[in-house]
Write a protein that binds this ligand. Structure first.
Ligand SMILES: Nc1ncnc2c1ncn2[C@@H]1O[C@H](COP(=O)(O)OP(=O)(O)OP(=O)(O)O)[C@@H](O)[C@H]1O
Length: 453
């Protein structure tokens, strides 16, 4: 059984992510597989219920595939003494953290905190500077100046990252304080569990004894009346005691439909800060910082000039997608022992790039570049080879390759029917020159921004 489970568990890591895997799958032990029922030992009821709700399908499929038999049901027995890695008892000492840098339970009452989500790893720019400053202030924990701090903004813009950073820093400044970070979904789940098990008093006490409560994705409780009621009381009790609360949501309290008015108004009492969509500069900063981290992980990999700028320009949806793109790029380059070039980037990220295609046209690029260098638009496609015409033309070729998803032959056709090798030569030439020529690099940056606007 152990061997079978090891095999399935390893596969599940890819499907559910390392954090979930560490927290929920690893603590389970498969004890029997009989007549379509898989029996497990689990450390707590909370873990088994969570697994049942969130990962049952993947576990059933994984077991069926690995065992070659039909598996239809999961059964759990709560045996904390029999499972090796009980997350609820995970030690929070620094040695164990060093061994598992990605996820660890410093936050033993709530969800695990990601060790990578710190203030040091958070890149600050115009769109998030206010949120970052407010988060820093709360993390000092000196006095409660605004309660709650309400962070909101679109998907993948860093709300969770900032909340974890606050939790880490607050705990560092106040080692004895109880910090509780959890998602609104977990809040609801724990509340229902407490009702079911008649442990509501314990539940209330647990929440009311924390020094810092952080609830992520609060929009989740919209429309869930009794959870809202309980949340409201917890919230008031903590505010009355002068304890800090941090909340995040995908939109401002007033815009969350299905949220009671009194909760909206309570949530709006403190400081509301908005994480704005990223700018080109912030995206580039984040990419540079993540690249430094990846370099440590993949020593020896090199990245050609212009690739990060290309990604920052083209992937504008959110930071999670940007990060995923870079991660994929490093993994592929590592596996294939290749340098990360523009070509590799376009091959390996074709799907992501297509999805966030900015639809800048080659014609528009030619027009802007011709204006910038004061040459005629017709020279872009004409045959002139003098330097003051040929160089801007190569720059336009380079930008066309960077900013559009056109292939080299397609770009060639738009430059007066030139061959794709001529375009490739132009692109390479500009890459080489930009690496050593600051004025050219600045020109490219400016043109990119003009085209992005
Ligand atoms: N300014 C930043 N600097 C560094 N990394 C960032 C920044 N903003 C976001 N990230 C990274 O982007 C990813 C997504 O961020 P996070 O999970 O905090 O987003 P979110 O706003 O909570 O999104 P969701 O609404 O989906 O929960 C994380 O890996 C995070 O580290």
């Amino acid at each position: 059984m152990d061997e079978l489970w090891m095999q399935v568990s390893a596969k599940l890591e890819g499907a559910v992510g390392a954090n979930n895997h560490d927290r929920w799958i690893k603590p389970l032990r498969l004890t029997a597989l009989d007549q379509g029922v898989a029996a497990f030992d689990a450390p707590t009821r909370f873990v088994s219920d969570w697994v049942n709700r969130h990962f049952a399908r993947q576990i059933l499929d994984g077991l069926a595939e690995a065992s070659g038999t039909r598996v239809e049901r999961l059964r759990f027995e709560i045996r904390p003494e029999r499972v090796a890695n009980n997350p609820e008892r995970a030690p929070a000492d620094s040695a164990s953290r060093a061994a598992a840098p990605a996820a660890v339970a410093t936050n033993d009452l709530g969800a695990p905190l990601d060790q990578r989500f710190t203030f040091d790893n958070f890149v600050v720019g115009k769109p998030n500077e206010l949120a970052h400053a407010a988060a820093r202030r709360v993390a000092e924990g000196e006095r409660v100046s605004f309660n709650p701090l309400f962070l909101y903004g679109g998907v993948g813009l860093g709300k969770t990252h900032l909340m974890h950073a606050i939790a880490h820093e607050f705990q560092r400044n106040h080692p004895d304080a109880k910090v509780l970070y959890l998602s609104a979904e977990q809040f609801m789940y724990r509340f229902i569990q407490a009702l079911r098990e008649s442990t509501i008093m314990d539940f209330k006490e647990m929440f009311r004894n924390v020094h810092l409560l952080m609830v992520d994705d609060v929009q989740f409780i919209a429309g869930k009346e009794s959870t809202q009621e309980e949340f409201f009381h917890t919230f008031n009790a903590l505010v009355d005691k002068g304890k800090q609360i941090v909340i995040s949501a995908d939109r401002a309290p007033g815009e969350i439909k299905g949220l009671e008015e009194r909760i909206k108004s309570r949530l709006s009492c403190g400081l509301l800060v908005d994480l704005h969509p990223t700018t080109y500069e912030l995206r580039l900063g984040i990419l540079q910082s993540k690249t430094d981290a990846f370099r440590a992980q993949y020593p020896g990999l090199s990245i050609a000039p212009g690739v990060l700028e290309f990604l920052a320009h083209r992937i504008t949806s959110n930071v999670r997608v940007l990060e995923g793109a870079l991660q994929r790029l490093f993994a592929v380059a590592n596996l294939t022992h290749r340098e990360i070039t523009q070509d590799l980037t376009q091959d390996c990220l074709a799907d992501i790039l297509r999805a966030s295609d900015r639809r800048v046209s080659v014609e528009e690029i030619q027009r802007k570049v011709a204006d910038h260098y004061n040459i005629r638009l017709s020279d872009m496609i004409g045959p002139k080879r003098v330097r003051n015409v040929a160089r801007p033309r190569q720059i336009a070729m380079y930008l066309s390759k960077q900013l559009t998803s056109r292939s080299l032959p397609e770009i060639g056709r738009r430059f007066g029917g030139r061959d794709h090798t001529t375009i490739m030569h132009g692109v390479r030439k500009v890459e080489e020159l930009a690496a050593g020529d600051e004025t050219l690099a600045e020109d490219l940056d400016l043109l990119r921004r003009l085209l992005e606007a």
